[in-house]
Design a protein. Structure first.
Length: 387
């Protein structure tokens, strides 16, 4: 999907505990969502709805109920995906979208606020319930925007692409996602991030022959056969590609290795899972061809595609994107990671990422978001939509 906040004297990479005296939010899903809360309070409330991928139903229910209380919106639902729209007859329609799921909780719910630093701690604070809070605040407090608005809240973004709720809506009800421009409120540290990288995950499987390890010469070690693959990865020099003035840095990395039978058995199978993050000038087919080429002379292996999602070109030259960048300010950055701007791009809707939260804190045990960044994003969007 990426500037890391300073952790003071904490050792690099070590998780920082939330302040022990910070107040906890202990509301339950039965309490629903109060859209009159300010942006930081609403973010905390959303974090306190556990909604790991695959269990978003209660939060989707709460979002749907809260939006149905707003008379200027029509609200539809498909699975655990909620879409709300204004119908004001404006000449332009903008889509504000965000996912409601999180990665697995790591002892970091309920949310906790550190009043000394203005940081809200908890699973999903950065990725991306702060962005969802901004969506809900705009939906509740901007009833007559200068552009028609579509708000999309979707499930299963943090897991395999075929489960993604936005993809399900795009296939079943593409008319719900129609628009002239889209903003994904993914964490971008309150800066515009253009496009996104593509992602490809493959499994390279090497084979051997089992034998007793005391007589290893009678077998063939599949783990040893994977060594050329690992050597090639260690020596690989990733490409850098400039598109629309943004430099995308690629990466090709092993993310898992599995093999072995028992402590006295020569293994006959080893699997290396490789993730390729590539610049959006490549198609999914070109990315796969590149991976095959990289490992072409690394012995015998079988390749299986585990997951694939194409990237999105920045599209910053589009008039709607230019107007948005002028309104929110700052220097656009490339998106390091995959986001659903790619799905909007495939639908012909130019899109950017713009949301609160440091993307380098996403998915971490010490995930947190600065509350002033939530307010900044809400204020910038409100100014753009009411000018």
């Amino acid at each position: 999907m990426p500037h890391s906040a300073s952790d003071g004297e904490r050792a690099p990479g070590a998780p920082a505990p939330a302040p022990a005296d910070a107040p906890a939010h202990t509301a339950t899903p039965a309490d629903g969502l109060d859209l009159s809360l300010d942006d930081a309070q609403l973010t905390a409330r959303l974090v306190d709805f556990p909604s790991e991928s695959g269990s978003e139903g209660p939060l989707a229910d709460a979002v749907q109920e809260a939006l149905r209380g707003l008379p200027h919106l029509t609200v539809d639902r498909y699975g655990n995906n909620v879409v709300a729209r204004t119908r004001l007859g404006r000449p332009e329609r903008v889509v504000l979208a965000g996912h409601i799921d999180t990665v697995p909780i790591a002892d970091n719910v309920p949310s906790r606020l550190d009043p000394a630093t203005g940081e809200l701690w908890g699973c999903g604070t950065t990725d991306m319930k702060a962005g969802v809070a901004v969506q809900l605040r705009i939906a509740a407090t901007v009833p007559a925007p200068n552009r028609d608005l579509t708000f999309v809240f979707y499930d299963n973004e943090e897991v395999d692409a075929h489960l993604n709720g936005l993809g399900h809506v795009a296939r079943a009800r593409p008319d719900w996602l129609a628009g002239d421009f889209a903003v994904l409120l993914e964490p971008s540290d309150a800066r515009v991030e253009g496009g996104c990288q593509g992602t490809l995950r493959v499994v390279l499987r090497t084979s051997g022959q089992r034998a007793h390890s005391a007589r290893g010469w009678l077998g063939a070690n599949a783990i040893h056969a994977a060594a050329p693959i690992l050597d090639r990865l260690a020596a690989y020099e990733p490409r850098r590609k400039v598109i629309d003035g943004l430099e995308y840095r690629e990466g090709l990395n092993a993310v898992r290795i599995e093999g072995g039978v028992a402590g006295n058995v020569i293994p006959d199978v080893c699997e290396v899972t490789v993730n390729y993050r590539y610049a959006p000038d490549l198609s999914e087919e070109q990315a796969l061809a590149h991976v095959r080429e990289v490992f072409a002379d690394c012995g015998d292996w079988e390749l299986t595609v585990d997951d694939s999602a194409g990237g999105a070109l920045p599209g910053l030259a589009h008039p709607a994107a230019k107007a948005f960048i002028e309104a929110v300010g700052g220097e656009p950055q490339p998106k390091f990671g995959w986001t659903d701007v790619a799905r909007f791009s495939a639908l012909g809707v130019p899109a950017v990422n713009f949301g609160p939260g440091d993307p380098n804190l996403a998915h971490k045990r010490d995930e947190r978001v600065r509350t002033d960044r939530i307010r900044h994003c809400e204020d910038r969007l409100r100014a753009w939509l009411t000018a």
